[in-house]
Design a protein around this ligand. Structure first.
Ligand code: ARG
Length: 473
């Protein structure tokens, strides 16, 4: 049989070693170590101040915990796999350092409110880390977009060439998407603003704990309002995972375009050597493994979300050991998203744009068919009718192998009397871009404004992050 249980008063036998291994969380709890100790320091200080434990004991516990926090930060704290979880590891290490007085730390506390607090602290920090990654990637996209205001490519719908756009406009679309991702990670703070400490196992404590004190010390707005909710809920973790899954899906779409655009068929970009790999067999290959893996890892992060949703679904209140399964999906999603953001930023910063190939594709005259229809609309023709007419013009060009732009005024008039000029006068690629001058469209001035607006919002986000980091406990 295995070692004695640390809180084993009511047991006569030790735990079976297979059960010990099965129930242990220490191999992934490492991520929580710093937060766990910070939570314990706040708790121990409060116990002293509130007179629940002698001040000298509180001081000894805090001093001991501070040393252990240093060990965690230096990477020297040995986590004993036989001690089940991070909470028992820290308490055991504390006892090694300060003796029996360590036994007062867990006064008025359960691992249930403890781990809920750890998780809230972890989520706060992880959300900031992700916002930094999102900020950096957006900075890179905006910088590359600035270089390519006058690089024109087809915009696509259904992956069919649709209408010409500026590459800057295209990449700014991702800046918007990633901006909403950042907002999701920032909004999340409001749902982790209350401190679970003092909720005990589920119903609070008979001891005169000062919950305001611990909440403030840990940078929360205040204590949680319901002890059962505080120990039994994981919706903030779910929200983090949902935000992570959505962000990965956005990255995956960006990644997919990098894969597609670096094919010989598109030839729109070339990834740098630093962000591509070779084939073990085919010497000519340069493979876009980085964006492919971002696309692939998106599946993992979606899986992480589904895993935790499934764990929580159907659990009765309050804490159930199932909830220990919240951590691996959470840590995996956070690390995967962090790394994906970093490699995407690197890949985009270093890729070469093949502007000529983009331009050549955008010169496809059929991309101007909508503009021809809108020329008729300006001449007073109802759009449905104009659409029908230009559809016939297009069919005529395809059948005769003609370039839409070469149709004479007479040729167009044969399709509709309201055509006011030759196609060559009505249609030009650059005009097609410039005439799309309304807010949110691809004209040069609008894109220039959008770039400035993006710079402003990135600067504001950088400030907000810096301010939040200043007040972190
Ligand atoms: N390792 C546990 C978890 O992550 C800590 C809480 C354990 N609580 C309990 N009642 N067994 O959820």
């Amino acid at each position: 049989m295995s070692r004695d249980k640390p809180w084993g008063g009511r047991f006569r036998e030790g735990t079976d070693p297979a059960v010990e291994r099965f129930t242990a969380s220490i191999h992934f709890d490492r991520e929580l170590a710093r937060h766990d100790i910070r939570g314990s320091i706040a708790h121990a200080r409060m116990l002293g101040r509130a007179g629940v434990v002698p001040q000298a004991d509180s001081d000894a516990i805090v001093a001991g915990l501070e040393v252990i926090l240093g060990e965690v930060e230096a990477g020297t704290l040995f986590l004993d796999p036989r001690l089940e979880d991070i909470h028992m590891n820290v308490e055991t290490r504390l006892r090694e350092r300060i003796g029996a007085v360590a036994g007062r730390l867990h006064t008025g506390r359960s691992r249930n409110d403890q781990v809920a607090t750890d998780l809230a602290l972890y989520l706060r920090e992880a959300a900031r880390m992700i916002r930094h990654g999102l900020l950096e990637l957006r900075r890179v996209l905006v910088a590359r977009a600035r270089e390519h205001v006058d690089t024109v490519l087809p915009g696509y719908t259904h992956l069919q060439r649709a209408q010409p756009v500026r590459l800057a406009h295209h990449w700014l679309a991702f800046v918007e998407m990633l901006g909403r991702d950042a907002e999701r990670f920032s909004d999340l703070r409001r749902r982790i603003a209350r401190c679970p400490l003092g909720s005990g196992a589920l119903a609070g404590s008979t001891l005169p704990l000062d919950r305001e004190d611990t909440a403030r010390a840990l940078g929360f707005e205040g204590p949680s309002r319901n002890s059962m909710d505080a120990v039994g809920s994981r919706d903030a973790a779910l929200e983090f995972l949902a935000a992570a899954a959505i962000a990965m899906v956005n990255l995956s779409r960006l990644a997919e375009e990098l894969v597609l655009w670096s094919t010989a068929e598109f030839g729109f970009i070339e990834l740098s050597d630093a962000y591509s790999t070779g084939s073990s067999l085919m010497p000519q290959k340069k493979n876009p493994d980085v964006p492919e893996l971002v696309r692939g890892k998106t599946g993992r992060v979606i899986g992480d979300l589904v895993a935790l949703l499934t764990v929580v679904k159907g659990l009765p209140l309050t804490y159930n050991r199932d909830l220990q399964e919240d951590k691996e999906p959470l840590f995996d999603a956070a690390a995967t998203l962090r790394d994906s953001l970093a490699v995407m930023a690197g890949a985009i910063a270093t890729l070469a744009v093949r502007g000529d190939a983009m331009r050549a594709a955008a010169e496809d005259p059929m991309l101007l068919a909508t503009d021809l229809a809108e020329a008729l609309v300006r001449a007073g023709v109802p759009f449905r009718e104009a659409h029908e007419v230009v559809g016939r013009v297009v069919a005529h060009c395809i059948a005769g192998g003609l370039d839409l732009r070469t149709l004479t005024h007479d040729a167009l008039r044969a399709f509709h009397p309201r055509f006011e000029a030759a196609a060559g006068e009505l249609l030009a690629l650059d005009r097609a871009l410039e005439e799309r001058a309304m807010l949110g469209a691809t004209a040069r001035v609008r894109v220039a404004e959008a770039l400035d607006e993006a710079d402003r919002s990135l600067a504001a986000e950088a400030d907000a992050l810096a301010r939040e980091e200043e007040i972190k406990p």
